[in-house]
Design a protein around this ligand. Structure first.
Ligand code: ADP
Ligand code: MG
Length: 216
């Protein structure tokens, strides 16, 4: 279970201060597939980054079961992220100098884990014959599949996806959504940030945010 309590986030200070979140409470249960929907600038990415421990809230707390991630120091938090949270981003964010496979195996290398699920992941994701290529040699859909494999290599409990289909054509986006739904069907908790209602409607629950607040 992931629980956010009273999350506030401001960027900058003084005149230039921007309030991105102003008091968000949210609980996501294990095995849920939740969409966070809202207009551009509503605070979706900020919320996802806080939930994943990529950034720290100005106020409020985040719990993974009984563990409050705000109590961790930087190295505990990065270990926690590496082992428990998978991230998928709109622009894939693969390292261009590494092959798809080197990208995918990187989180395992960092935790010194054996990536003995790699071959199976490539098969599931349909990228077995592409992983020796560099990202620039792959289609957008293949890059996103590689990014999903990278997110899954350490067998996380939760997958956090920020506009995972935002840079893909409709058909490829649907394939990526089908894949995320399949993973959720196998028990993975999935949180998807999107501004696209059709994507959101494929999730089991929709949380709408507007101006940094949950409105529905
Ligand atoms: P969304 O993902 O819904 O488009 P964001 O969470 O990216 O929204 O942004 C929410 C608000 O916070 C916006 O007004 C945005 O300009 C601002 N913001 C986001 N990141 C930063 C940052 N690193 N520095 C300053 N302002 C930011
Ligand atoms: Mg965003």
């Amino acid at each position: 279970m992931i629980k956010a309590q009273g999350l506030k986030k401001t960027y900058g200070k003084g005149e230039g201060m921007v309030t991105a979140l102003c008091g968000v409470d949210l609980t996501v249960n294990d095995g849920e597939m939740v969409a966070i929907i809202g207009k551009s600038g509503s605070g979706k990415s900020t919320l996802l980054n806080l939930l994943g421990g990529l950034d720290t809230p100005t106020e409020g707390k985040i719990f993974y079961d009984d563990t409050e991630i705000g109590k961790m120091n930087d190295s505990q938090l990065s270990d926690f992220r590496l082992n428990n949270v998978g991230f998928v981003f709109q622009f894939f964010d693969l390292i261009p100098e590494l092959t798809a496979e080197e990208n995918i195996l990187l989180p395992a290398k960092l935790t010194k884990k054996k990536a003995d699920n790699a071959g199976e992941l490539y098969e599931t994701l349909g990228i077995t014959d592409r992983v020796r290529h560099y990202p620039a040699e792959l289609s957008g859909g293949q890059q996103q599949r590689a990014a999903i494999a990278r997110a899954l290599i350490n067998s996380p409990d939760v997958l956090l996806c920020d506009e995972p289909t935002g840079n893909l054509d409709n058909k490829t986006g649907e394939e990526v959504m089908a894949l995320l739904k399949r993973l959720n069907g196998q028990g993975m908790t999935v949180i998807i940030v999107t501004h696209d209602r059709e994507i959101a409607q494929q999730c089991s629950r929709i949380v709408e945010i507007s101006d940094g607040k949950v409105v529905q």
